[in-house]
Write a protein that binds this ligand. Structure first.
Ligand code: ATP
Ligand code: MG
Length: 405
C-alpha cells in the first residue's frame, strides 16, 4: 500500500531500515554513521529534522505532517536505505500500541489486514505473538476487517525497540546498496553517452565518492557534449550530493596523436591518454580507481585485447561495472535513473573529428607502446592538465551552508 495523507500522524517519525549494512559485523557502525550523515545532509531544508540511530534502524524526528512525505521522497535516493516508513512513536505498552494502531487505521477502508510485530529485545511483558493478537483485536474493533496473514490488504507494522514502539502501515522502497562516501573515491571517465552515467550510478551505489572527468572537442566541436555532461552530472548529484566535474579540452592531444602515430592505433592512443589524465586526477584527489562505461565487445575499442592495451596506460585499477551488460540492459537502467533523455541528445564526439578509417580490434601492447614512442607524453599530459576546469555541481535539494554541514 502506498503512503497516503490520511495515515500520516501529527508527530510523524521516519523509520529507516537498511539491509546490507545490517549484515555487516565488525564495521556496521562505520556504515551507519555515514548513512546517518548522508540522511541529515539530504534533509537540509528541514532544519528541525534530527536523525537518531536505534538498533539496526535510523529514526528521523522533528518533521511536521506536511514535511514527512517530502522528506521520504528525498530519502528514496539515498543509497544504503532498504525502505522507509512514516509512523508514530509511543511507549511500548500494550494499551499505547493498541491506541496508536487504531488511530492509524481509523478512516481507512480495507477488507483484510495483518499485524506484523517485531521485538528488538526480549525483556518485555509481551512477546511478538501477544502483540499480533492484542493489536490485531484493537484494529478489528475499529475496522471489522478480517485477519489475513498471507495476502492482507493492509499491513500494520509494530516494532518495539528500547522501550518505544513504532507503528506504521506502509513501506516505501529505498535504492539499497551502500552509503555514498563509505567506499573511498574514484574518477569516472564520463562521456556524454548512455553508458558512462549508468556505470557511475552503479559504483555510487556501492558507496564510492565520484569525481567525473569529461573530455571534449572544443573549439572544433560546439559545446553540446559539455552541456550534456553537466546535465547528466546534475542527475547523478540528486543521488550523490554535490559532484566535481573536470572538463578537459582534448583536441590538442588528438591533433598530435593523429599526426604523429599510425592511424589504426589512434583510438587506442586517445584512450590511453584519457587514462593518464584520469590517473593524474586520481592522484591529485586521493582517488583509488578509475571507472569506465565499457561493455565487452560493444565497440572496437572494447575487445579484450584493446581494453588490455588501454588499461596498460592506467596507473590505478580500472573498474568496469557494465562489462557484462547488454546495451538494452544499460538503456533500461538509464531510463530508471533518469539519464536516458539527456544521453539520447546528439553531440559531436571529441574523437570523431580525428577518427581513423581503419580501427584495430586486436591491438598488441608492445605495438601500441611502440606507436606512442615518438610522443612527448609527460609534456602532453602537462598541457592537458593545465587547461583543466573543475566545476562543482549541486543537487536541487542542496541548501547553502546546510547541506555541507
Ligand atoms: P558511452 O555510451 O558511455 O559514451 P560509448 O558507447 O560511446 O560509451 P566508447 O566511446 O567506447 O563507448 O567509450 C567507452 C568508455 O570510455 C565510456 O563509457 C567512458 O567511460 C570513456 N570515454 C569515452 N569517451 C569519453 C570522453 N569524451 N570523456 C570521458 N570519458 C570517455
Ligand atoms: Mg559504450
Amino acid at each position: 500500500m502506498t503512503i497516503s495523507a490520511n495515515i500520516i500522524p501529527q508527530n510523524p517519525v521516519l523509520i529507516i531500515h537498511y539491509h546490507e549494512i545490517a549484515l555487516k559485523r565488525g564495521n556496521q557502525s562505520y556504515f551507519e554513521s555515514i548513512l546517518k550523515r548522508n540522511i541529515w545532509r539530504r534533509l537540509g531544508r528541514f532544519p528541525k529534522a534530527r536523525v537518531q540511530h536505534m538498533r539496526n534502524r535510523l529514526l528521523v524526528r522533528g518533521l511536521g505532517p506536511d514535511e514527512a512525505p517530502q522528506a521520504l521522497a528525498l530519502l528514496q535516493k539515498v543509497f544504503g536505505i532498504a525502505h522507509i516508513s512514516i509512523g508514530t512513536e509511543v511507549e511500548a505498552t500494550m494499551p499505547a500500541m493498541q491506541a496508536a494502531a487504531q488511530s492509524l487505521v481509523r478512516g481507512l477502508s480495507f477488507e483484510s489486514f495483518a499485524v506484523r510485530p517485531k521485538r528488538a529485545e526480549k525483556h518485555y511483558p509481551f512477546d511478538s505473538q501477544d502483540i499480533g493478537r492484542e493489536v490485531g483485536s484493537a484494529v478489528w474493533e475499529v475496522s471489522h476487517a478480517r485477519v489475513d496473514l498471507s495476502h492482507p490488504a493492509l499491513e500494520v507494522f509494530v516494532e518495539v525497540v528500547q522501550g518505544k514502539a513504532y507503528i506504521f502501515a506502509a513501506r516505501a522502497p529505498g535504492p539499497g546498496g551502500l552509503p555514498v562516501h563509505s567506499s573511498g573515491r574514484a574518477i569516472v571517465l564520463f562521456s556524454a553517452g548512455f553508458d558512462a552515467p549508468v556505470a557511475a550510478w552503479r559504483m555510487m551505489k556501492r558507496g564510492l565518492t565520484l569525481h567525473l572527468v569529461h573530455f571534449h572537442g572544443q573549439p572544433h566541436t560546439d559545446d553540446a557534449s559539455v552541456r550534456k555532461a553537466r546535465e547528466l552530472t546534475h542527475v547523478l548529484a540528486e543521488w550523490h550530493g554535490h559532484i566535481r566535474l573536470t572538463l578537459i579540452a582534448f583536441a590538442p592531444a588528438q591533433e598530435i596523436i593523429a599526426v604523429e602515430s599510425p592511424e589504426r592505433f589512434r583510438t587506442i592512443l586517445y584512450r590511453r591518454m584519457m587514462m593518464r589524465v584520469a590517473g593524474r586526477l586520481a592522484w591529485k584527489n586521493r582517488a583509488r580507481a578509475l571507472i569506465t562505461g565499457e561493455s565487452l565487445g560493444q565497440v572496437a575499442s572494447q575487445t579484450l585485447a584493446n581494453m588490455a592495451a588501454i588499461e596498460d596506460a592506467a596507473s590505478f585499477p580500472v573498474l568496469r561495472p557494465l562489462i557484462g551488460f547488454d546495451k538494452q540492459e544499460i538503456l533500461d537502467e538509464a531510463r530508471r535513473i533518469g539519464t536516458y533523455d539527456i544521453s539520447a541528445r546528439p553531440h559531436d564526439e571529441s574523437c570523431t573529428l580525428f577518427m581513423p578509417r581503419r580501427v584495430e580490434t586486436a591491438a598488441k601492447i608492445d605495438e601500441v607502446r611502440e606507436a606512442e614512442s615518438g610522443l612527448d607524453i609527460p609534456w602532453m599530459l602537462e598541457q592537458l592538465m593545465a587547461e583543466a576546469q573543475t566545476e562543482v555541481i549541486h543537487p536541487d535539494w542542496w541548501v547553502e551552508g546546510v547541506s555541507n554541514r
